[in-house]
Design a protein around this ligand. Structure first.
Ligand SMILES: CC(C)(COP(=O)(O)OP(=O)(O)OC[C@H]1O[C@@H](n2cnc3c(N)ncnc32)[C@H](O)[C@@H]1OP(=O)(O)O)[C@@H](O)C(=O)NCCC(=O)NCCS
Length: 110
């Protein structure tokens, strides 16, 4: 990914040295204005205790540091979340994400 001009920002949560969650973002050198917030996952046993919020906060902090250092020109962080994913929708709202569009899957019978 680095060879293709991508920077990966990743944060991991540890509970007594055991990984219990991670989140990652991608910055594309060819499209620096848009940062892609990709997967976030918290171990079921650790959910609802603020781990997801801490992970996203840590990654956004890393992003601010990187854009300050490299003047990468990031303007937006984009992400995709299912409309049924109440925890992540709540988190996104708290971090200032707003709905910019709705995606629909299409299928046909074969
Ligand atoms: C989404 C996910 C990462 C959240 O992690 P978490 O550590 O449980 O999140 P937090 O504890 O920081 O809480 C986030 C918010 O969700 C809320 N929440 C938690 N469970 C909830 C539920 N079942 N319904 C509604 N809201 C819920 C919390 O109350 C909190 O909001 P609040 O502070 O306003 O109360 C975790 O549920 C997960 O790994 N889910 C499966 C993978 C996934 O869906 N990833 C995101 C793909 S876009």
């Amino acid at each position: 990914m680095i060879e293709r001009g991508w920077i990966v920002l990743r944060s991991m949560a540890l509970l007594r040295d055991r990984p219990v969650g991670f989140t990652e973002m991608f910055l594309d050198a060819d499209e620096p204005a848009i940062v892609v917030q990709d997967s976030t996952l918290v171990d079921r046993a650790a959910r609802g205790k603020g781990v997801g919020r801490s992970l996203k906060a840590a990654n956004l902090h890393q992003l601010e540091r990187i854009t300050a250092d490299t003047a990468a020109g990031a303007h937006y962080v984009q992400t995709w979340t299912s409309q049924s994913n109440a925890p992540m929708l709540a988190l996104n709202r708290q971090f200032g994400f707003r709905v910019a569009g709705t995606m629909h899957d299409a299928e046909r019978a074969v």
